[in-house]
Design a binder for this molecule. Structure first.
Ligand code: SAM
Length: 363
């Protein structure tokens, strides 16, 4: 009996190995041509394919689309074939002829420039030559005494580079605003109690002020301060209920009841995070002050099966490795460490429908 069982196990093992081998033969191409997806989607954004289909307001044929976009139909056909295969656009057959026409999907709507759910600016930032170049040196970062990839290529860290290259700074601000427009409404829906009766709030590293713009509209009793480096504040659009203040969070943070920090701490190492958080702690009242941190918590219990954003969190961690000096995504334990070291006693973490969670630190 035992002999038979081990024979079955052996056969299963062989079968599994064969299956894995067959899968690997196909899967490897995904990595060899990993850049193709990003490049073709970027091409679609640059051509304005999703914008044109949206404007057309009904299914659009290849000839209509190529004439609108002034594209060569045979090249555009190949681009669309790829994107339809990836289910980014869909085809349907229209009644009056047998030709297929293209229609939008929820995914393609995210490629509309300035659309409600647009993530186009984010994709344009990540696929810009400035952001792509550091990836080509990633292995150097990992070596003992290795160099930060972005600094090695561009001579300075991403924020100094942005300060002297305002076009790139603009790309960053617009990209961050895409994520903010998606995430802040989710925070408002899931954590509105955090903002009850709050009179003042400072968004540290708040970029062009999109977060506060949305929050002061939802909670009109909040007076907002958008705090960022001077080159970001100089071009931030005016917004009722929000004051733009330039400064350096490593020196001090403007005083308010709540400090909001979204996607700022992951750009930095533990020591820097502790310094920033200490400055935030000084900025809030001892009694009812709070620091709201909106960041990914990676390696959550339950893993990928229970957290659909787990893979995005791990990709973001690689992005931090390529684009910042010592930034990283953190596990719950790592968050607890930096927050406690900054002097906070209480930490609560709430999952939301986003790659980030809402971490609240208070005394
Ligand atoms: C990844 S972006 C996040 C922007 C915004 N919080 C969001 O999520 O949309 C990080 C922000 O931190 C700002 N920043 C970097 N160093 C800073 C400093 N020393 N003081 C204040 N802001 C800083 C950058 O200019 C940038 O706007």
């Amino acid at each position: 009996m035992a002999e038979m069982q081990s024979e079955v196990t052996w056969l299963n093992k062989e079968e599994n190995e064969e299956k894995e081998e067959a899968e690997a033969q196909v899967q490897i191409w995904k990595y060899i041509f990993g850049f193709v997806e990003l490049s073709v989607v970027k091409c679609a954004i640059q051509l304005g394919i999703a914008d044109a289909i949206e404007k057309h307001k009904k299914p659009i044929s290849l000839l209509e689309l190529s004439s609108t976009l002034k594209c060569d139909p045979s090249y555009l056909n190949r681009i669309m074939r790829f994107l339809v295969h990836r289910k980014i656009f869909k085809t349907i057959s229209t009644n009056h002829n047998n030709y297929l026409s293209y229609v939008q999907t929820p995914l393609s709507r995210r490629l509309i420039q300035n659309g409600e759910h647009s993530m186009a600016a984010f994709l344009l930032l990540e696929s810009s030559p400035v952001m792509v170049a550091p990836w080509l040196n990633l292995s150097d970062r990992v070596l003992i005494n290795g160099n930060p990839s972005f600094k090695k290529v561009h001579g300075e860290d991403v924020w100094r580079y942005a300060a002297s290259n305002l076009n790139h700074s603009n790309l960053i601000n617009n990209a961050m605003a895409c994520d903010t427009r998606a995430v802040v409404p989710v925070i408002i829906e899931g954590c509105s109690e955090l903002f009850d009766g709050v009179k003042s709030m400072v968004d540290v590293g708040g970029g062009n002020g999109t977060t506060l713009n949305i929050l002061v509209k939802a909670f009109s009793w909040i007076q907002g301060i958008n705090f960022d480096l001077a080159h970001v504040i100089d071009v931030a659009p005016k917004c009722d209920g929000v004051e733009h203040v330039a400064g350096d969070m490593f020196t001090s943070v403007p005083k308010a009841e709540i400090v909001f920090l979204k996607w700022v701490l992951h750009d930095w190492g533990d020591e820097e995070c502790i310094q920033i958080l200490k400055n935030c702690r000084e900025a809030i009242p001892k009694e009812n002050g709070k620091v709201i941190i909106v960041e990914a918590v990676i390696e959550k219990e339950g893993g990928e099966k229970h957290n659909k954003y787990e893979d995005v969190g791990l990709m973001l961690d690689m992005v931090m490795m390529a684009h910042t000096n010592i930034g990283k995504e953190r596990t719950l334990k790592e968050w607890e460490y930096v927050i406690h070291m900054a002097g906070f006693n209480t930490i609560t973490v709430k999952s939301i429908n986003a790659v980030q969670s809402v971490i609240v630190a208070s005394d």
